[in-house]
Write a protein that binds this ligand. Sequence first.
Ligand code: ME8
Length: 667
Amino acid sequence: MAQAKPKFYLTTPIYYTNGLPHIGHTYTTVVADTVRRYKRMQGYEVVMTTGTDEHGVNVERAAQKAGVPESEFVAQMAEAWRALWEELGVPADEFIRTTEVRHARTVQWLFKLFRENGFVYPGHYTGQYCIYDNAYVDVKPGENCPDCGRPTETVTEENYFFKLSAFEKPLLDLYKKNPTFIQPETRRNEILSFVEGGLRDLSITRTSIRWGIPVPGEEPHVFYVWFDALTAYLSAVGGPEYERRGFWPADLHLVGKDIIRFHTVYWPAFLMAAGLPLPKQVWAHGWFLIDAGKMSKSKGNVVLPRPIAQVLGMDALRYYMLRETVFGQDGNFSFDALVTRYNADLANGIGNLSNRTLTMIQQYCGGRIPQPTPGHTESSANTLRTMFRPTIWMVVGNAESGDKGHYNTLQFSSALQDIARLVSHVDAYLVQEKPWVLAKDEAQKQRLADVLYDSAEALRIITVLAHPVLPEATKEIWKQLGQPGTLEEQRIDQLDWGQLKSGTRIGTIQAVFPRMDHQEAIGRMEAMESETQKPVAAPAASDGTVASPSGAAAQTAPEKIAIEDFAKVEMRVGQIKTAERIVGADKLLKLTVDVGSEVRQICAGIAQFYEPESLVGRKVVVVVNLAPRKLRGVESNGMIVAASVGPEGRPVLAAFTEDVEVGARLK
Ligand code: ME8
């Protein structure tokens, strides 16, 4: 009987359904998918969970704003998240929605265990609550949230408290006993001092909101959304019956650094209170930044994954994210660096190596992997072998050499640097050995076979090593190499020089990473990004917290506002003084506009419909009291009002048929 595979369970956060995935969420999910692929290649049976966090006041309000019942709103959003992960090639093995019955059961069961074990008691709480982070924050009424800077609300409610204070010592013991429980080290230190500073009991039910999992027998209490969300990791693999599937405790929770406290303080404390096994590790990565600032819809600088996947392919985005940033630290996102990496490392690197090696085998060896001289492959004089073996160990680990393996320690950037170094070595080897010269000399036939066997073997190893990060391209190279079996079933931990099968016929050769024109690729991606997001085409909501998938959720409710609300918007007649295009942003124009009291710089998403010269002197309507923001790195202080016409949302500037004075207010 085949031996049962060891199990590995990993998770991404359960993302909020008040928006759609941007490249920040994509980053965590891509990392999870990479680890999943790697672990499978080590012989594990792996389950990767992702899902949607569908309760809480911010989702409740987003649904109200969209004018649809919460359940309908979250169902559409969850479907959009699930479908996008499928499309991007990173589908969940378990997609958990926090509105599912299997999840509610688990949350209620956990709470019952807390009660039975004496870790909850009833009480009252008044405090400042941040609805965006779903957390009480330690500020005075009227002050903003210290984490996200947005307004807080004063909330007084009756609720049940969880005795978090009882877990100070057990948590400190856990961090001590398992020093790699929190990764990286900086986050561990941060959490250690937080817990050492003392823990206050935590209110885990709410009476102030309705949209949540009910506390049985205690209605109108619903569970606090973070207690609800964290429990999803357990619901996804069986909930109360977790032992049956055998995937709990989780081996790895992958999260962003924003939510490390919830995962390393609250979550293990909840599990301890219930007497359940604890996850083995929580890894918190850094932020993907734009212009050194956090991506946010309100700043209008969110980058979506789909345009990148459509122009360069998902492998390119995966490679860029994992190669460019040291895992754990913040990284900057730029289209320029993305395309540079694509051309340098993928098109000119692995793509070119694959193409040239296979083309020579086609031309000089009749399309079959050549037979090397007996003993050549194992010889210590074989230069590629000598260089490859220690690098394999560095990437995937080796007990004898003492290498931990970059993949095992989630050091993706180091793994990819090592793989890129292997590619350069094979390129240099080919330049040195010149198979195209050897091919002209009958006496060098065996030497030619040795050189091309080595190059193809090097390509095979590179393909296996890169597979967790570049799943699509490597599968294609594997097919072109004509090797038996699938790439996914290759044991990466048993990879060694000399396993390539001679005599196999290679497949049809095709470029896996065609070279891209730098500016054109950037232009196409930016155009698709701004098409989806439409930064300033019309007077769109500037907070933009809702990006609904389509259909009903996209319709706003016919909600009425009071005249005082309208009076908050200060619109004035402005006159355009100068207009110019912005390099690298196809849709934006940079304008200077006289608004009567001053001349402002304003960016407008109208470049594809208005020639800059035609705008100078034109009178327009300007929202002058909008908070300034940066669009593609350019400061924009105000907004030009335009109608959004037709399905493509063509902007048409609001104008006057009579002459109006610059600075006049619209009421
Ligand atoms: O916090 N760079 O959900 P969320 C890198 N529902 N990663 C980023 C990022 C960025 N700029 N922006 C977001 C929640 N992320 C809760 C989680 S879990 C039980 C409940 C990633 O939709 C990163 O992983 O706000 C971060 O932790 C997560 O998205 C936050 O997703």
